[in-house]
Design a protein around this ligand. Structure first.
Ligand code: SF4
Length: 192
C-alpha cells in the first residue's frame, strides 16, 4: 500500500507565470508542491512546448518537482465539440477545467498524493467558483479518494504577485488562455 503524505499536493499548472505565486504561497503554508502540466486545451504544439519549457526552467531554479504530460490536443477537441461558439467563462470553459482537473485527480491517486488543486484561480479572467465546481466534481468522481483544495490564488494580490515574479524572471507569457477559440478572440481584440 502506498503511503499518503497529507502535506503533499499535486498542483495542476497552466503555465509558469500562473505557477509563480501559488507555488510560493503553498510552500510557505508547509505544502510539498508538485507541479502537474496537463493542458490539452493548448491548440498548438509549439505553444505547448514554450509554456512547458518556461515551467521546467522555473521549477528547476526554485526546486519544485514537475510532471509533464505530452501534448494531447485531441482530448480537448473531443470535449469542446459543439461548444465552439461559447464565450469565455461559459460551458466550454467548465468542460475544459473538468478535463484538466479530472486528469489531475487521477494522477494524484496514481502517485499516492492525497491533495490536488490548480493554479487557474490566480487569473482575474477566470471565475474561481466555476473552477471549484469542476475540482469538486473530479473529487467525487474518484469517491473522495483525492481531495480538491479550493485555493483562490487571486486573493491577497495573488495575480499581481505572480506578475511581479514573472517580470523579474523574464518569463515567457502568452496573451491568450490556450485554446484556438481564445487565441482567435485575442487576435480580434488586438485588431480592433
Ligand atoms: S478559454 Fe481557456 S479555459 Fe476556456 S476553453 Fe479555452 S483554454 Fe479552456
Amino acid at each position: 500500500m502506498q503511503e499518503i503524505n497529507p502535506k503533499k499536493i499535486l498542483l495542476h499548472t497552466c503555465c509558469a507565470p500562473c505557477f509563480a505565486y501559488p507555488s510560493i504561497a503553498l510552500r510557505e503554508e508547509g505544502y510539498d508542491v508538485i507541479s502537474y502540466f496537463y493542458n490539452p486545451n493548448i491548440s498548438e504544439e509549439t505553444e505547448y512546448e514554450k509554456r512547458k519549457e518556461e515551467l521546467r526552467k522555473y521549477c528547476k531554479k526554485e526546486g519544485f518537482k514537475v510532471i509533464f504530460e505530452p501534448w494531447q490536443n485531441e482530448d480537448f477537441v473531443n470535449i469542446s465539440k459543439g461548444l465552439e461558439d461559447e464565450p469565455e467563462k461559459g460551458v466550454r470553459c467548465s468542460k475544459c477545467f473538468n478535463l484538466r482537473l479530472t486528469q489531475t485527480a487521477k494522477k494524484a491517486l496514481g502517485l499516492g498524493i492525497k491533495n490536488f488543486s490548480t493554479t487557474l484561480t490566480v487569473s482575474p479572467h477566470k471565475v474561481s467558483k466555476q473552477i471549484f465546481a469542476e475540482g469538486e466534481r473530479a473529487q467525487l468522481l474518484f469517491e473522495n479518494k483525492a481531495i480538491f483544495i479550493p485555493f483562490d490564488f487571486k486573493k491577497k494580490d495573488g495575480f499581481k504577485k505572480s506578475n511581479e515574479i514573472a517580470n523579474r524572471e523574464n518569463m515567457y507569457r502568452q496573451n491568450y488562455c490556450g485554446c484556438i477559440f481564445s487565441k482567435n478572440a485575442s487576435l480580434i481584440k488586438q485588431n480592433q
